[in-house]
Design a protein around this ligand. Structure first.
Ligand code: ADP
Ligand code: ASP
Ligand code: MG
Length: 503
């Protein structure tokens, strides 16, 4: 066919070639090459830089190209380069040994396809809850435990899963090694129980990819504070953040978040049966969804993904591993830059949170310095205040001020404001812990007026009272009675046309 033949043996590239096709893409050394095969033999006869031959290097080829030509797309999907992947598996995906074996088969599929793989695992379902409960049960005299010891306890859940998955992979003849946070190391701040990742050394993992094609199985959720040498944890749901941080550290082509749903939905599918999966969602929208209650991804993982430009793909671990084409387009949701989303809806999703509590300060003096007198002590007590509503007083003397705090901090917040009564000057303190915050999110709101007004009308028709409202450029949140949460979410979901499944 051509000069300068290079024989690279019967490598796995051959499998990528559809019948009658004689060309494929591959990474050889560090460069992406087009590989030409001679007519009858599975041996490579020519290498040429891929870009000249127009080889597509996308990790997931679209199901159809713009002309709806499925075959062309399928052909393109097969010409995908070997990639460096992070695969993260959440608690339900590793709940028992059978599921861990299932996870190992997912990993095997990607390894067999030629990809370099780092796996990040959570603790087996229910384990972290149990460990947290043990910490609380261990206290008899004190009310708060030492967060350093809490971390020492709760970090163990992920250690077990990482070891078990490494054993299972080895049992399938896959070269694998487990890594705890302190071993890599994953360096964090020393805010125990809610530490931030500062740095990850991915060099050893990358070295082992090259030298022995070794799969790294990393315990999520945990890290090390370098100066004290103590184990830290990243806050509940923190394995998502470990995964995205590892992906950034090893410069992965993609970070796959395998979970018990097959992607990010327009709302929690457990509450809204008509919710549908989003093909793509912008980082900014996902950040809002996650921080306003959609627990499918930890908030910090999205922040990290945004900063380091990690392509995050949320997908199901419950699909049969062998039915998935590692070079195909599996169902899932890609979290990506806004520019990549062609058809932007006005409203993308609806989140809700029942972890809210409302505090109203009645007849507070309407004079400079009062807000500081209220929110200063709350900040000092590390209580996060979310929504704040203050009326303009009619008589210029007193007014009502309402704000929300996380329900876990409700009692503490009442105590703090109660103690500052003299300084603040108010008549009465009212509170409610049975409230919920419903949030409507969409980048399209930037350019559409009247989106929130539609919601007020729809909720009024259902006799749902709105206690407080906050808005920002791409979302608005409404505080309502918790008893109406599901009704309100479903009402707004259909109001904004999210009920129809996309074709
Ligand atoms: P994992 O254990 O894999 O980390 P999580 O339980 O943390 O999984 O997150 C997955 C869950 O998030 C789903 O089972 C689903 O009920 C919930 N969830 C909430 N909002 C959404 C949403 N908008 N899209 C998808 N899942 C959501
Ligand atoms: N195991 C931890 C938790 O349950 C971290 C995680 O699963 O992401 O919160
Ligand atoms: Mg999670």
């Amino acid at each position: 066919m051509t000069s300068n033949p290079v024989l690279v043996s019967k490598c796995s590239l051959h499998r990528w070639l559809p019948p009658g096709c004689r060309r494929a893409g591959a990474v050889i050394g560090r460069s992406l090459m087009t590989v030409y095969f001679s007519a009858n033999q599975p041996q490579i006869v020519k290498l040429q830089p891929a870009h000249r031959a127009g080889i597509n290097t996308r990790l997931f080829a679209p199901a159809r190209n713009h002309r709806g030509n499925r075959r062309a797309c399928r052909r393109r999907a097969r010409t995908i380069a070997m990639a460096r992947l992070v695969m993260k598996f959440g608690g339900t995906s590793v709940a028992d040994i059978d599921r861990i074996r299932n996870v190992a088969r997912h990993v095997k599929r990607e390894v067999d396809a030629g990809h370099d793989v780092a796996v990040v695992v959570s603790a087996m379902a229910g384990t972290t809850d149990r460990l947290v409960a043990w910490c609380a049960a261990a206290l008899q005299k004190r009310h708060i435990f030492d967060a350093r010891e809490y971390d020492a306890v709760v970090a163990t859940g992920e250690q077990v899963t990482a070891g078990l998955l490494a054993i299972t992979l080895q049992d399938m003849d896959i070269n694998a090694r487990s890594w705890q946070g302190w071993q890599l190391p994953i360096l964090t701040s020393n805010v125990h129980a809610s530490a931030r990742i500062l740095d990850i050394n991915g060099a050893e993992i990358i070295k082992r990819f090259g030298e022995r094609k070794e799969v790294a199985v990393i315990a999520g959720f945990q890290g090390l504070h370098k100066e004290t040498g103590r184990i830290t944890t990243l806050g509940r749901g923190g394995s998502d953040t470990s995964a995205v941080a590892v992906a950034a550290a090893i410069r992965a082509d993609r970070c796959d978040i395998y979970t018990d749903v097959d992607g990010v939905y327009t709302s929690d599918p457990r509450v809204v049966p008509h919710a549908h999966r989003l093909e793509k969602i912008a980082f900014e929208e996902m950040l809002e969804l996650a921080s306003l209650g959609a627990k499918v991804m930890q908030v910090r993982s999205i922040e990290l993904g945004m900063v380091h430009n990690v392509r995050i793909f949320v997908r199901s671990s419950f699909d049969r591993p062998e039915d998935i084409d590692p070079h195909g387009s599996p169902p899932g949701t890609l979290i990506c830059d806004e520019e990549e989303i062609v058809e932007q809806q006005v409203v993308t999703g609806i989140a809700f949170s029942r972890d809210e509590a409302q505090i109203s300060i009645r007849q507070v003096q309407d004079k400079p310095g009062v807000a500081a007198a209220i929110f200063g002590p709350l900040a000092e007590a590390s209580i996060n205040v979310d929504m704040i509503v203050q009326n303009v007083s009619a008589d210029g003397k007193t007014t009502d001020l309402t704000f929300t705090v996380p329900s876990g901090d409700y009692q503490r917040a009442l105590d703090v404001v109660g103690k500052a009564k003299q300084t603040i000057g108010y008549a009465r303190l009212d509170g409610a812990a049975d409230v919920a915050k419903i949030s409507v999110i969409g980048i399209g709101m930037r350019s559409h007026a009247g989106v929130a007004a539609q919601a007020f009308r729809a909720l009024a028709e259902r006799a749902i009272n709105i206690r407080a409202i906050t808005t920002s450029e791409i979302k608005f949140s409404l505080l309502i009675d918790a008893a109406f949460t599901e009704l309100a979410v479903r009402t707004l979901h259909s109001l904004y046309g999210l009920d129809q499944a996309k074709p």
